[in-house]
Design a protein around this ligand. Structure first.
Ligand SMILES: [Zn+2]
Length: 381
């Protein structure tokens, strides 16, 4: 299911196999929250921009159109016409970040839907059932994502509960996978490490959840308010306790530099809404740094967004045209920008993997980690 084929320092080059195919790692998962990428980008477009794994959202699909509806329509793969790997998050993050009113108990969480305020209960069993109905290839455990900073006693108490929740996830997931009408009987389950910014809680929690022999392990609860260096330090602290033979997933991270630094620390899977969100605001990634396409200086610029890019936007359209679309408020502006930024992220992973294959990742890291997140300088802009 997962094989590390090469290593440089802690950075790993691997191959991940699941019921809907194989992904080369390190991999960036493209986020289609509601079964679509925001900015009018479909699953067919994802094929064209080099996406290997699509990520959808349990919370959103449970509320709308409803996971039972998706199941009746043959599961999420058929519903959105994507035949590649899909990972679904557990809904935990959204329950804790989107719903103002919520009540946490041992059984689970009662919260108000952000759409109509209706009261909904979700616990480990409910999350597993929803993800089984969606039929994703990887289900994520139901956890509490704690904001940083949080008081130590609360983090300890929450992490103890998250271990108990994971035990319940494992039991329910096993039961669901044995049902004769299961949408995707080969669905895997990843556990999630929490512990805020407390190294000792992070380590204890990782050791506890590693005992449950999940198919992979994620580091959650980072990039939620703490400084970047603290995030890197926590990855360094947890990594030695993560099983070596299983995929590791850093949830919700991050910028191109964050991803390079995550790979350097032994992470295999990433996801983030940032490239698509930035694109919709006109902030685009290039190999010389970021540019704001809405800027006046691109008014007569006939070059593509990035001269080296092979995405559908760069193949045909100029910066001047894209800027015009943004200024005019045309929907195509967002679509082209999102296609470019996601293609850039997927291409970033292609280059990271090539560097790992050639044993030149450290050189790649030194060259690109300092420049990709900051505004581009010089002639390129
Ligand atoms: Zn492009």
């Amino acid at each position: 299911m997962f094989e590390v084929i090469k290593q440089e320092g802690k950075a790993r080059r691997g191959v991940f196999t699941c019921p809907h195919g194989t992904a080369q790692t390190p991999v960036f998962m493209n986020v289609g929250t509601q079964g679509v990428i925001k900015g009018a980008v479909s699953a067919h477009d994802l094929k064209e921009i080099g996406c290997q794994i699509e990520l959808s959202n349990t919370y959103h699909l449970h509320l709308r159109p409803g996971d039972e509806t998706v199941r009746e329509l043959g599961g999420l793969h058929r519903f959105m016409d994507w035949d590649g790997p899909i990972l679904t998050d557990s809904g935990g993050f959204q329950v804790f970040s989107l719903s103002g009113l919520r009540k946490i108990k041992e059984e689970g969480v009662t919260f108000a839907s952000h759409i109509d305020g209706r009261r909904i209960f979700m616990g480990p069993e409910e999350s597993m059932r929803i993800q089984a109905n969606l039929g994703s290839d990887v289900a994520m455990a139901f956890d509490e994502c704690i904001e940083n900073p949080a008081p130590l006693p609360y983090v300890q108490q929450s992490c103890e509960r998250t271990v108990r929740w994971l035990e319940r996830c494992v039991t329910e997931h096993r039961r669901l996978m044995e049902q004769p009408d299961c949408v995707n009987p080969g669905q895997m389950l990843f556990g999630i490490n929490q512990g805020g910014t407390y190294p000792e809680v992070r380590i204890w929690h990782m050791q506890e959840i590693a005992k449950l022999d999940c198919d992979g392990y994620a580091i959650g609860g980072l990039a939620v308010g703490e400084p970047t260096q603290v995030m890197y330090d926590i990855i360094d602290v947890v990594e030695p306790y993560m099983p070596k033979d299983k995929p590791r997933y850093l949830m919700g991270v991050g910028t191109p530099s964050n991803i390079i630094e995550g790979v350097a620390r032994g992470v295999d899977f990433f996801d983030c809404v940032m490239p698509a969100r930035n694109a919709r605001h006109g902030k685009l990634y290039t190999w010389s740094g970021t540019i704001n396409i809405k800027n006046e200086k691109y008014k007569l610029d006939q070059r593509p967004i990035d001269p080296g890019c092979t995405c559908p936007a760069c193949a045909s359209f100029s910066r001047a045209y894209l800027r015009h679309l943004f200024v005019a408020g045309e929907m195509l502006a967002m679509r082209l920008a999102v296609l470019h930024n996601l293609h850039f992220y997927n291409e970033l992973m292609v280059r990271i993997r090539a560097a790992l294959d050639e044993g030149t990742f450290e050189e790649f890291r030194r060259k690109y980690a300092p420049i990709l997140d900051r505004p581009a300088r010089g002639n390129e802009t």
